[in-house]
Design a protein around this ligand. Structure first.
Ligand SMILES: *Cc1c(COP(=O)(O)O)cnc(C)c1O
Length: 397
């Protein structure tokens, strides 16, 4: 970490464009891509000192690379975190942050509205290593109080959640968790660091899929873990020896993604808000979900802890799979895919894709019916998006 004090005086947009930049002796304009696995030493003594951690320098790209460090530093500056470790995917970030601090016998409390693979880690992988996991309704304070009346090592949650868009009260959960001795790990993928900074609201660790808005242009996979220096020190041996690290090329793409993140996220929010209001005006949709809508169950909370409501809008076409499929197949502009936070608008049917492994009963609890459709609203002209959605809805009715 080589963040200068002057960089901390910059406002967010300047941090996004210039934060963490380290120029080489060539004084290049843009961030350089250091595609190297290792680094050389002048002397055998220097290599010995490096491995004893007596000198701070790059040793091997599995645990440190200049391009990756620039990405980590830029994200740290944006998030207001002391330390960051980049990973090859969002799931690499989730698993590394949890597995590095949990031991057999530890207890984890998670909210039920989680990304499919996060749910799999909590309910299948961690228990197979002897970790006890309790899953609760993250919007219900009483369930948090009950679950956290017993000493707990980690609380894991996602807010807003994908694709149900549940919003969880971060200061409330962090308070209860800290009283139970637990660290709070927040999956902040849907909000992005532009709209919500969980560390400032009491969380201990934030994880990202950088594949989503941080790249935001469908090019590379990536992830990141942000926290305190103490947490990163505890996590470091696991990260170093298990190899979830990000490639220098992908780090470079993500650095370029960060430069336009704020601009893109603001436009995503504008477009998504307009689409959500447009959907509400239709009488043939049984449910429209967007945290910015007054009808959203946690709208007041979303206004309190977020500065915008994100790119994802979900709708329910009367619970019927045939309606959802007719709508999706009739779209001419919006792609059927499963990414989100991309510049291109994308439509997804969670019940048959991202959440197909979850039982129908559990999906029902999350509101993910067979008619449930998720739209990741992109950066196209809003009138083209509206027209496309309108003509596709007309095919359903
Ligand atoms: C996509 C996603 C992940 C996983 O990220 P990958 O980069 O696909 O590994 C985790 N959490 C949420 C909320 C996501 O949307």
């Amino acid at each position: 970490m080589t963040i200068g004090e002057h960089e901390k005086t910059w406002r967010p947009q300047t941090r996004l464009v210039r934060g963490g930049l380290q120029r080489s002796a060539f004084e290049e304009t843009a961030e350089a891509i250091y595609t190297t696995s290792g680094f050389v030493y002048d002397t055998a003594e220097a290599s010995e000192a490096a491995f004893k951690n007596e000198t701070k320098r790059f040793i091997y790209s599995r645990y440190g690379n200049p391009t990756v460090e620039m990405f980590q530093d830029r994200l740290c500056l944006l998030e207001g975190a002391e330390a960051c470790r980049a990973t090859a995917s969002g799931m690499g970030a989730v698993f590394t942050s949890l597995a590095s601090i949990l031991n057999a016998g530890d207890r984890v409390v998670g909210s039920r509205a989680l990304f499919g693979s996060c749910q799999y880690i909590l309910t299948e992988i961690l228990p197979s290593f002897g970790v006890q996991t309790i899953i609760i309704d993250g919007t219900d304070k009483k369930q948090w109080e009950r679950a956290l009346s017993i000493p707990t090592k980690v609380v894991f949650l996602e807010t807003p959640s994908n694709p149900g868009l549940e919003v969880i009260d971060l200061p409330m959960v962090c308070n209860l968790a800290h009283n139970a001795g637990a660290l709070v790990v927040v999956d902040n993928v849907l909000a992005t660091p532009v709209l919500q900074r969980p560390l400032e609201l009491g969380a201990d660790v934030v994880v990202y899929s950088a594949t989503k808005h941080i790249d935001g242009q469908g090019r590379v996979m990536g992830g990141a873990i942000l926290s305190t220096n103490d947490f990163m020190e505890e996590m470091s041996p696991f990260y170093r020896h298990t190899g979830p690290s990000l490639s220098p090329f992908n780090a470079w793409v993500l650095l370029k993604g960060l430069e336009t993140l704020e601009l893109r996220v603001k436009r995503h929010c504008q477009n998504a808000a307009t689409i959500s209001e447009f959907l509400c005006s239709r009488s043939d949709i049984s449910r429209v979900l967007y945290p910015g809508l007054p009808s959203h169950p946690q709208n007041k909370l979303a206004i309190k802890q977020m500065s915008g409501f994100g790119s994802v809008v979900s709708l329910d076409l009367n619970g019927k799979k045939q309606n959802a499929f007719t709508f999706m197949n009739a779209l001419k502009l919006i792609d059927i895919s499963n990414n989100l936070g991309d510049s291109k608008s994308i439509v997804t049917h969670p019940a048959t894709t991202t959440h197909q492994r979850i039982s129908e009963a559990d999906r029902a609890v999350l509101g993910i019916t067979d008619g449930f459709v998720r739209i990741s609203v992109g950066l196209e002209d809003i009138d083209d998006l509206k027209e496309d959605i309108e003509q596709a809805l007309d095919e359903v009715s």
